[in-house]
Each structure stands twice: as C-alpha cells, then as structure tokens.
Design a protein around this ligand. Structure first.
Ligand code: ZN
Length: 150
C-alpha cells in the first residue's frame, strides 16, 4: 500500500513539475474556462476535434498539484482518441475518484489515470482532480462562460 502511495506521489509530482500539453491551441473554437472555488484552481482547456477524434488537446492555468497533474494526465490520455470514448472515460474516472477509499479500484481503460484513486482519501481533492474533465465537457459543448465545480 505504501508502495502504491509512493508511485502515486511520484507520478503526480512529475506532471506537476512538467505539465504535458501546457499551451494554447489558437485555431480552435472549443475552449472553456474552469474554476474550482474550493481550492482556487483555474484552468483554460483547449480541444481540437478532427474526423471525430481528439486531434489536439491542451491546457493552461494555475492550481494545486492535483489539479495540474489531473489536467496534464487527462490531455495525455485523450490525445488521439475517438471522441466517442471521452465521455465514457470521464464517467469511469469520476466513478473511481468518488468511490469509497476501501473499495477495489476498477482501473479498466483508465491506465495511468488510476493513480488518482488516491484522492478518495481526501474528499476535498476530488474537485481538483475532476476540474479539467468538467471543463473539457464545456469546451466540447461550446458553452461560453466559466465552469465551476459547484
Ligand atoms: Zn486544487
């Protein structure tokens, strides 16, 4: 268990220090801003869809380690994927981070994202971990304005 916790911390730290896809995508209309009031995390999410696939995805913003790592790993996990897989993956991710801490993690399809099972022990961090996903949904829906995790 402590080994798992260490791995979890290493992966999160790595993505916090060197966030992947941390940039803008100037030529896309699918942009949304997210704000987690509880923690102060802010994110701008960019996604470019081509042929029903995630052709490019990127983010910018400032937030805690969990929110930054979650956004970074989300962009890594989704780049190149069929659009149809985005929503089901979000559902799996959300179900995982909101499940009881003692419940076995169903990490099928989640891959590296399974490290976020660790936030189950810190319920206030769940919103940090899901902010990027909520913001992504808004970006895909072309919703304007700001998303909050409320
Ligand atoms: Zn946070």
């Amino acid at each position: 268990m402590s080994e798992l916790r260490e791995l979890y911390q290493q992966v999160i730290l790595d993505h916090t220090k060197r966030p992947r896809n941390f940039r803008t995508i100037p030529d896309t209309a699918n942009v949304a801003e997210g704000f987690n009031r509880l923690c102060g995390d802010r994110i701008t999410l960019y996604i470019k869809v081509e042929n029903d696939r995630v052709a490019d995805i990127a983010f910018q913003g400032a937030g805690c380690a969990i929110s930054t790592a979650a956004a970074s790993m989300m962009t890594e996990a989704l780049k190149g994927r069929p659009l149809a897989e985005v929503e089901p993956l979000f559902k799996r991710f959300h179900a995982m981070v909101t499940s009881p801490p003692d419940q076995e993690v169903d990490d099928a399809d989640l891959g590296k994202l399974a490290v976020f099972a660790g936030v189950r022990e810190f319920p206030v961090r769940v919103k940090c971990a899901t902010l990027a996903w909520h913001t992504l949904k808004a970006a895909l829906d072309h919703k304007s304005g700001q998303v909050t995790t409320e």
